[in-house]
Design a protein around this ligand. Structure first.
Ligand code: HEM
Length: 211
């Protein structure tokens, strides 16, 4: 009882929120420090871009993992961090685009055009990022209230977005498929779990209607 009260204490909840908020900035701090100390090897532009892209993916996958973890393992405390983690995914994806624009193509229009026409994985990545923006904007409680049922429908876009991100990664593979396999398996588990839950709910509903 005392433990439960302590766990729900507003000060502890605030502390948890701030810890996660600051922890999510650590990858950015780390890569900036590595770049500052010239520790990124022969191709720092690629290192920075890849690293920020990877963190965008980890956070996007992290936001998708919250519902299954909450439902399957009862980790209800995770729920209130979902928005922050999703917004950080958008933040890192934007930083990834900025790194690509600044360090790889130097914001040259001709190089951007070539990238967009010749490299399908860039088109797919750009589409994923474009679709993430409205989700970020409407992630507040205010938008949730305003859009009502349409909010849930809109935020279901996260599933095709995650598939686009997976495609982005699979398409740019040059050697090992291990990472892509890992990302794909995790995503398969998270999406499969939702489909399975939905089917269960539907079956239960039709069973209660027929009884
Ligand atoms: C306009 C949008 C985007 C552009 C232009 C872009 C561009 C790139 C480029 C140039 C690379 C490096 C390819 C290489 O290694 O040669 C890359 C890799 C990657 N991107 Fe993106 N991307 C975009 C959106 C996204 C989004 C939305 C995500 C995830 C949420 C993402 C995740 C990744 C990941 C995980 C990698 C692989 C890093 C690795 O090598 O492990 N990208 N992207």
């Amino acid at each position: 009882m005392v433990l439960k009260q302590l766990k729900n204490h507003p000060a502890l909840r605030l502390l948890e929120w701030w810890l996660l908020f600051l922890a999510a900035l650590l990858p950015l701090a780390w890569i900036s420090w590595q770049a500052w100390s010239f520790a990124l090897g022969a191709d720092p532009a690629k290192e920075i871009t890849d690293y920020l892209g990877q963190w965008a993916l980890y956070l996007l996958w992290g936001s998708l993992a919250i519902t299954p973890l909450r439902q399957a393992l009862g980790w209800t405390r995770l729920q209130r961090f979902r928005r922050m983690i999703g917004l950080y995914a958008l933040f890192y994806a934007t930083a990834h685009l900025l790194a690509f624009g600044t360090f790889i193509i130097g914001w040259r229009w001709d190089l951007l055009q070539t990238a967009l026409t010749e490299r399908t994985y860039i088109i797919v990545g750009a589409l994923a990022l474009l679709l993430l923006i409205p989700l970020g904007i409407t992630s507040t409680k205010g938008w949730q209230r305003r859009l009502k049922k349409r909010w849930t429908q809109l935020h279901q876009l996260v599933y095709p977005i995650s598939l686009l991100v997976l495609l982005h990664v699979v398409w740019l593979i040059r050697d090992s498929y291990f990472d892509a396999f890992l990302y794909g398996s995790l995503l398969g588990w998270m999406l499969g779990y939702r489909v399975w839950r939905r089917l269960q709910r539907r079956l239960r509903r039709s069973a209660s209607l027929s009884s």
